[in-house]
Design a binder for this molecule. Structure first.
Ligand code: ZN
Length: 161
């Protein structure tokens, strides 16, 4: 297990759509969890460490309680609602930036675990926000891509300083 270097925006790999996972990614997932905890994050997607596959890890509550690592292989958003809420998001690939992003507060997500077992769960609250943020990474999107144009321009300028 090891801590991997995290790519920073605007690295071109953060703008690519990732391919489905085929084969065993348990070693990569373990490294991604180590990397996420070391960076004090709550979620990390494979493209953020240069692996262009549909995989992310998440543990939204570890700073407040016990670690509960979750691995999502080939995740799919099944339903997202047409209601949106604003919430603050940070990203390990855009250090020092926090942006308010509009997202549905509830989603139904389907994924496979490392043993190949399928799961489906209704997520709400910060979990819902986090899975949508990580799903965006798998589709080549970051929080900047979710902002209105003027707000985005300002945020990118602040980040570039
Ligand atoms: Zn991110």
């Amino acid at each position: 297990m090891s801590v991997l270097p995290i790519l920073c925006w605007p690295d071109a790999r953060l703008k690519q759509v990732c391919a489905p996972v085929a084969g065993d990614v348990s070693a990569l997932a373990a490294d991604m969890l180590d990397t996420m905890y070391a960076a004090k994050g709550r979620g990390l997607a494979a493209p953020q460490v240069g692996h262009m596959v549909r995989l992310f890890v998440m543990d939204t509550g570890w700073k407040e309680g016990a670690r509960r690592p979750q691995v999502f292989v080939n995740p799919e958003l099944v339903v997202s609602y047409d209601r949106f809420e604003s919430g603050e998001e940070a990203c390990l690939s855009i250090p020092g930036v926090a942006a308010r992003v509009m997202r549905p507060p509830e989603v139904l997500i389907r994924w496979t675990d490392l043993e190949g077992v399928g799961h489906e769960a209704q997520m709400t609250g910060f979990d819902a926000r986090c899975v949508q943020h990580e799903m965006d990474h798998l589709n080549g999107l970051v929080i900047f891509d979710r902002l209105p144009p003027e707000h985005r321009a300002q945020m990118e300028k602040d980040y570039a300083r």
